[in-house]
Design a protein around this ligand. Structure first.
Ligand code: ADP
Ligand code: MG
Length: 233
């Protein structure tokens, strides 16, 4: 069995008497340590997949296996523990606490888990060793996103889930952030899943899951993913 497996997963949203099928019979596998890109246009169902994998949302049908456990059977209490202990999230707009320093933002996450990494070390790993005591407003967008990656990574999670992590960043800064995420997978063995609508990022991933209209259209393995430094998009 693969490290992560989504099997015949469905998610429907109801607003009034209209039903939106956000995920229809979604199937894929992900191996431990992979850098995965979930690709698709707006509304394709990508964030829904990510939120279900991260225990922020639940599916209506189907199985979601994470490291041998089917989390779709979890009670809400189990799901809370899973979210806290096993999942790191990175969002498009960082979601840092504005009156806490970079280091304090990371400590906030590391303090809630048992086997956390050292916040200072993780901030050094993302190139922010000199910014530990700065507040978010004193940091550039790219630096704020690196703090949010450090915050997610400090929990030493089983999976690192990133929803449009470069969506608010300029080209060069976006590349720096992607480089950090690729290094997390290559050098630290982290399983990293990036949702994006930008098809030109596909070459950097070990595995590309293409979504269209609520379903998985294709899954492609890159035997030799491109280094971010060589990527032009
Ligand atoms: N909480 C929600 N309530 C109602 N509809 C939703 C909700 N979340 C997502 N949807 C709908 O589900 C579909 C897939 O959304 P989403 O997974 O966010 O797509 P993507 O991330 O690929 O843009 C869209 O049609 C969206 O409007
Ligand atoms: Mg989305």
């Amino acid at each position: 069995m693969a490290y992560i497996e989504m099997k015949n997963s469905y998610k429907r949203y109801h607003t009034g008497d209209t039903e939106i099928v956000a995920n229809r019979d979604v199937n894929f596998e992900i191996e431990k340590g992979e850098l995965v890109i979930v690709l698709g246009s707006s509304g394709a169902g990508k964030s829904t997949v990510l939120n279900i994998l991260g225990g922020m949302d639940t599916n209506d049908e189907g199985q979601v296996w994470i490291d041998g456990t089917n989390i779709s059977n979890f009670t809400s209490h189990q799901r809370t523990n899973y979210r806290r202990d096993d999942v790191g999230f990175v969002f498009q707009f960082y979601n840092l606490v504005s009156n806490l320093t970079a280091k304090e933002n990371v400590e906030l996450a590391s303090e809630i888990v048992a086997d956390a990494l050292d916040p200072e070390q993780v901030l050094k790993d993302v190139g922010l060793g000199h910014r530990l005591n700065n507040f978010p407003a004193q940091l550039s967008g790219g630096e704020q996103q690196r703090v949010s990656i450090a915050r997610a990574v400090a929990k030493n999670p089983k999976i690192l889930l990133c929803d449009e992590p470069t969506g608010a960043l300029d080209y060069q800064t976006g590349k720096q952030v992607l480089k950090i995420l690729q290094d997390m997978s290559r050098k630290k063995g982290a399983t990293v899943i990036i949702v994006t609508h930008n098809a030109s990022l596909a070459p950097i991933a070990d595995r590309v899951i293409q979504m269209h209209d609520a379903s998985v259209k294709s899954v492609v393995l890159n035997p030799q993913p491109q280094d971010i430094d060589d990527l032009e998009y």
